[in-house]
Design a protein around this ligand. Structure first.
Ligand code: GLY
Length: 289
């Protein structure tokens, strides 16, 4: 699917409908239509992150990882978000990827069930989230990781992956029903998570790797593709008026900058090399609401 090939009415919560093809509203007006995010939960990088990947032949520079983590937190703050930093748990080296243990849609949070090498991560996240939200547990056979959950206006897409199963998708559907959100399950065969293959930029625009067939399931105004050689660029994080993008993708970044200019959004490139080595990306490093 090419850019700009879907032209349809896009419902935006609480703001009526924007009709694609209508005269352009000002960029300032469009920025205000993005759901405002005020709060982020992040989790410190454990010392064990380095030896866990070292044992698998992947060299992590822990000092660089922590500097990148701090820069990411600063970028969230600059976008108007209060950041709460949860302590790391040395027993669970991937715990820095705090997006996966929970799906937060205020006033509730659905607590995920993660892959075996991450199964101890959710309890402290759940305990922290109870400060703000009622937490909801999955049933026994359900598996769900937050990296498979992508909110696009009033619809939530859930990736069926090696990490999230159909029962997890059903549990998400039940969890979101009271909020009036539709849930659409999408198969994601070749990527770790749905948000490894696609992310939502806001303003009716999906960003996706070119070989993601599931893109057909998305009801959006347009799809921007990453360059085929830059699949890691597909994970962006829109936070209010800012778009956090993975630095070092020179073919994809101009496409994101063109989107940003059109909608009055600021592009913030972030280096996350030490988290990419652990199969992580921008969205993985926080849980936002
Ligand atoms: N290393 C990230 C994950 O396994 O989810």
């Amino acid at each position: 699917m090419g850019e700009g090939c879907r032209r349809r009415a896009l419902p935006l919560p609480g703001r009526g409908r924007i009709l694609a093809g209508e005269p352009k509203v000002s960029p300032e007006h469009e920025v205000r239509q993005v759901r405002e995010l005020t709060t982020a939960l992040m989790r410190r990088v454990p010392d064990s992150y380095e030896p866990f990947y070292g044992a698998r032949g992947i060299a992590i520079d822990l000092q660089t990882a922590r500097a990148q983590h701090a820069a990411y937190a600063d970028a969230l703050r600059a976008a108007g978000v209060r950041v709460h930093l949860l302590d790391a748990d040395e027993a669970w080296p991937d715990c820095v990827f705090v997006e996966d243990p929970a799906v937060v849609v205020p006033p509730r949070a659905l607590i995920g069930r993660l892959a075996a090498h991450r199964e101890g991560e959710p309890p402290p996240v759940q305990a922290a989230l109870r400060e703000w939200h009622e937490t909801v547990a999955l049933d026994g056979g359900a598996r769900l990781e937050g990296g498979d959950v992508l909110h696009v206006e009033d619809t939530t897409y859930v990736g069926l992956t090696a990490r999230t199963n159909a029962r997890g998708a059903d549990a998400l559907r039940d969890f979101l029903a009271p909020a009036g959100r539709r849930v659409v399950a999408v198969r994601v065969p070749n990527y770790l998570h749905l948000k490894t293959a696609a992310s939502y930029l806001g303003n009716g625009t999906l960003l996706a790797v070119p070989d993601f067939a599931g893109v057909k399931a998305f009801q959006v105004d347009q799809v921007i593709h990453t360059d085929a050689a830059e699949p890691v660029a597909a994970n962006c994080l829109r936070v209010n008026g800012d778009l956090l993008v993975v630095a070092g993708n020179p073919r994809t970044e101009p496409r994101l900058r063109a989107f940003a200019e059109r909608h009055g959004v600021r592009v913030v490139p972030l280096e996350i090399s030490e988290f990419q080595k652990g199969d992580g990306s921008l969205t993985c490093l926080s849980t936002l609401w």
